[in-house]
Design a protein around this ligand. Structure first.
Ligand code: ATP
Ligand code: MG
Length: 142
């Protein structure tokens, strides 16, 4: 079977930068087999957060989510590894920390279903789009 080296877009969310636990989260990602091949700390404007989460426009939590994601600094990252998309979502755990498996980032660090510490792309196609949203090719260093 061929190995599939993939890339995925990761975000360490404002609840985690506020608590100064980005290093602990990066350790989980690296320990889990992912390589951080690009990373920067930024703060999203409301408009940028609206655009990033456009797929959720109309969902009842959209307004709150946009406000939360633009409320403080975030770390945006490109992760690379074997089956990186699915692997990262395993390391992250379920959206709601109450349902997240033991040992996952969200189980151990998330504050709530909204302030759940990390984002990860949900498919290779979306990963490509989300990476291009934040990074130019010159910023990615595998
Ligand atoms: P992400 O896209 O951030 O990796 P996810 O794919 O697990 O998370 P989505 O369904 O894409 O979950 O929701 C995007 C984000 O919106 C969640 O990570 C969470 O911050 C927020 N969210 C999702 N569902 C709810 C909800 N019911 N109430 C409040 N916030 C929610
Ligand atoms: Mg999602």
């Amino acid at each position: 079977m061929r190995m599939t080296i993939e890339r995925t877009l990761s975000i360490i969310k404002p609840d985690a930068t506020r608590r100064n636990i980005t290093g602990a989260i990066n350790h989980r990602l690296e320990r889990g087999g992912l390589r951080i091949i690009a990373q920067k700390r930024i703060q999203l404007s409301q408009g940028q957060a609206e655009r990033f989460y456009e797929v959720h426009a109309g969902r009842p939590f959209y307004r709150d989510l946009v406000a939360f994601m633009s409320s403080g600094p975030i770390l945006v990252q490109v992760l690379e590894g074997e089956n990186a998309v699915v692997l990262n979502r395993e390391i992250m755990g379920a959206t709601d920390p109450v349902n997240a498996a033991p040992g996952t980032i969200r189980k151990d660090f998330a504050e709530s279903i909204e302030a759940n510490s990390v984002h990860g792309s949900d498919s290779p196609e979306n990963a490509e789009e989300e990476i291009a949203f934040f990074f130019s090719t010159i910023e990615i260093c595998p």
